[in-house]
Design a protein around this ligand. Structure first.
Ligand SMILES: Nc1ncnc2c1ncn2[C@@H]1O[C@H](COP(=O)(O)OP(=O)(O)OP(=O)(O)O)[C@@H](O)[C@H]1O
Length: 648
């Protein structure tokens, strides 16, 4: 029989109190004081050491371990007691009572609680080690689970992982690796890396605080999208992640939810210190602002979950003020974040940067200057002066996201990535399949006229729409021209010089019925901006890079909704035709309207006859295509067949 170690449950958790509570106590617990964390880790570690020594029947080791636990418990208990508010202090009698409680064996799958049994406030299931006098109870699994028990999903020991202690839901964990792979295949999920956690099939399978669960529902998130199915479990298991998923596929929630869960656990543990624990870095102010709103929505009603927006768009003093007040999550652009970290006053607690998310990561490093800025920033966020560094191995968790080239950037971030889980949804670097694409060959001087025709035909081209142009002046003039030439259509323009507050107001409102067309410069809103009402994207100026085309088109077709993209092309964008045709070829014919004859002619000149294999898809969209099939290897070294268009 396994020997039982008698220690107070609260001490094992590094917390106060010893009673058990059910679901009805949860609201009260949420408001009560939090215990200081320094006591948490060493105590629980020692408790586990003692427990393991006892389990292994090594009596000498067990005696030493138990003694060490006992010898420090009183001092730490006093410290905890002093630090805690009077309402939550407990008497020695409580401790005595708690000492009588045996530590139970760690249970891999916790069963549902029966009526009147203790319920874990985190997972809502039966909880053996619940302490109901703190507001931030952790499931017994997190207290009892040592890395030796759960090595599979947590190869890098991270402090915050202990607080969250993610375990896959039994309904998915029971499947063998090849069965899980079949599920992934069905959802077009490709995951690479060691020990990939099983998919998350339902948000209800997560051990979330009630408030967060209801915020999720209120925000309209009912079932995870494919990228969320794989990224959320990996991120909750404290794994580094590199994820590529099409535009509009839900990458934001895929990283926000784990960030909030971790930050909530930490802000509870470090109550009063007010450090940022999570840094989400994105290339533009507008994108950061959008993430901050989404996070605020999800954090509503969660205590001590403040956010800060740190971008060059706003003056520094209010940003310092905000940081001084204490925030858990920071959303920012690289330049301003770097500056803020550079001048971080010694009087303020250093940020911990347990989780760093880089969204639109390919854009963050698309030039040498930006790449070196990102390296500098990561150096500051994870550098040796950061607390806990060295003590806990690799305390930071890095997650990289983009719809394009995310996997390729992982080489740049190699020094900071530890055994990442790589996730790809659908084909890499591909336009979203939810948008139908139409191309018109339009010479530059005829573009405006063509645009007015489109906007005056709401049956075929339903509004609201975003029109992308290259220049600021172009955006202003075009918005004015639309107002004149398209009666009843209300148009606005946004570009880099539009005041931040005005841009945010437009973004916040989405595209309301009073504004049906927004003319935007591509550099500003091509990436990440989420306006779910947008049905139509018009690329008035074809972007210079195919990646940017993919992102621009992706402003329509959000969250699986059908969208439409119309692109004006002419000889000026010739350099893109080859890659564009290559990409279109792999899409179903229903997603690409018949191509203009000029584009088809280009394909003919470019590719002489080399093969006689006809491509039915391409034929349907108007290219009389023969394809050459050659062997190639993909990024992972696997053999693939690559087809190229060779004749029209
Ligand atoms: N699980 C979900 N259920 C319902 N809607 C969702 C879910 N996840 C995300 N969405 C919605 O889908 C839309 C697109 O999500 P999101 O902005 O995260 O996409 P993205 O992958 O980041 O796109 P982009 O690459 O363009 O930045 C948003 O309006 C979001 O609210």
């Amino acid at each position: 029989m396994t020997p039982t170690l008698l220690v107070p449950r609260a001490v094992l958790l590094g917390k106060r109190g010893g009673g058990r509570g059910g679901a009805s106590d949860r609201g009260d617990r949420e408001k009560r004081a939090r215990s200081p964390v320094p006591a948490l880790l060493p105590v629980s570690k020692r408790a586990r050491t003692a427990s393991r020594a006892l389990s292994s029947n090594d009596t000498a080791a067990a005696a030493t371990a138990t003694e060490s636990l006992d010898s420090t418990t009183d001092t730490e208990r006093e410290a905890i007691n002093d630090a805690a508010p009077p309402s939550s202090r407990h008497s020695e009698d409580d401790d005595d009572a708690a000492f009588d409680e045996p530590v139970k064996e760690f249970a891999y799958y916790q069963r549902p609680a029966l009526p009147d049994e203790p319920v874990c406030v985190v997972c809502g299931r039966y909880g053996e080690y619940i302490s109901d006098t703190t507001e931030h109870d952790v499931c017994s699994r997190s207290a009892a689970a040592a890395p030796s028990i759960m090595p599979i999903y947590r190869p890098v020991e991270r402090f915050h992982a202990h607080l969250v202690a993610y375990q896959p839901h039994p309904s998915m964990a029971k499947y063998a690796a090849d069965e899980l792979e079949a599920f992934r295949l069905a959802k077009h999920i490709k995951a690479r890396g060691r020990h990939i956690p099983p998919l998350l099939a339902d948000f209800d399978h997560l051990t979330l605080p009630d408030q967060l669960r209801s915020n999720l529902r209120d925000a309209g998130y009912h079932a995870p999208t494919p990228v969320q199915m794989q990224v959320i479990p990996a991120a909750l298991a404290a794994r580094d992640v590199v994820a590529a998923a099409p535009t509009g596929s839900g990458k934001t929630l895929a990283f926000l939810l784990p960030c909030i869960v971790h930050a909530y656990a930490l802000s509870g543990a470090f109550h009063g210190e007010g450090r940022p624990y999570v840094f989400v870095v994105a290339p533009t102010h507008d994108l950061c602002a959008q993430f901050e709103w989404a996070a605020q929505k999800l954090c509503r009603g969660l205590p001590d979950m403040r956010t800060a927006l740190i971008t060059g768009e706003r003056p520094i003093p209010p940003q310092w003020h905000r940081l001084h007040r204490g925030v858990s999550l920071v959303f920012g652009t690289p330049g301003r974040l770097d500056r803020i970290l550079e001048t971080w006053p010694s009087t303020m607690a250093r940020p911990r940067a347990d989780i760093i998310v880089l969204d639109e990561v390919d854009r963050l490093v698309d030039s040498e200057v930006k790449e070196s800025l990102m390296r500098q920033l990561l150096g500051k966020l994870t550098g040796p002066e950061m607390p806990m560094r060295g003590e806990m191995g690799h305390p930071h968790q890095l997650m990289l996201f983009s719809a394009t080239r995310a996997w390729r950037t992982r080489r740049i971030f190699k020094p900071w990535l530890h055994d990442p889980v790589r996730v790809a949804i659908g084909d890499l670097d591909m336009v979203t399949p939810d948008v139908r694409q139409t191309f018109f060959w339009v010479e530059s001087n005829a573009k405006k006229r063509r645009l007015f025709l489109l906007l005056n035909d709401p049956i075929r081209y339903p509004l609201p729409a975003i029109v992308f142009v290259e220049s600021r002046v172009g955006a202003e003039l075009l918005a004015k021209a639309i107002a004149k030439r398209c009666p009843g259509v209300r148009a606005r323009h946004v570009h880099g010089e539009t005041p931040g507050a005005e841009r945010e107001a437009i973004l916040h409102a989405g595209l309301t019925s009073s504004t049906e067309v927004i003319v935007a410069t591509s550099g500003l809103w091509a990436r990440g901006i989420d306006m779910p009402r947008v049905r139509l994207v018009i690329n008035f100026d074809m972007p210079r890079h195919l990646d940017e085309y993919i992102h621009q088109v992706g402003r329509a077709g959000r969250a699986g909704e059908a969208g439409r993209a119309v692109t004006f092309i002419n000889d000026e964008s010739k350099s893109l035709f080859r890659d564009l045709l290559e990409m279109l070829r792999s899409l179903p014919s229903s997603k690409v309207d018949s191509l203009p004859v000029e584009l088809r002619r280009y394909a003919a000149q470019r590719h002489p006859i080399e093969s006689v294999l006809a491509n039915p898809h391409a034929r349907q969209i108007g290219i009389q295509v023969y394809t050459a099939i050659d062997r190639a290897t993909d990024e992972e070294g696997a053999q693939i067949h690559r087809q190229s268009i060779i004749h029209t």
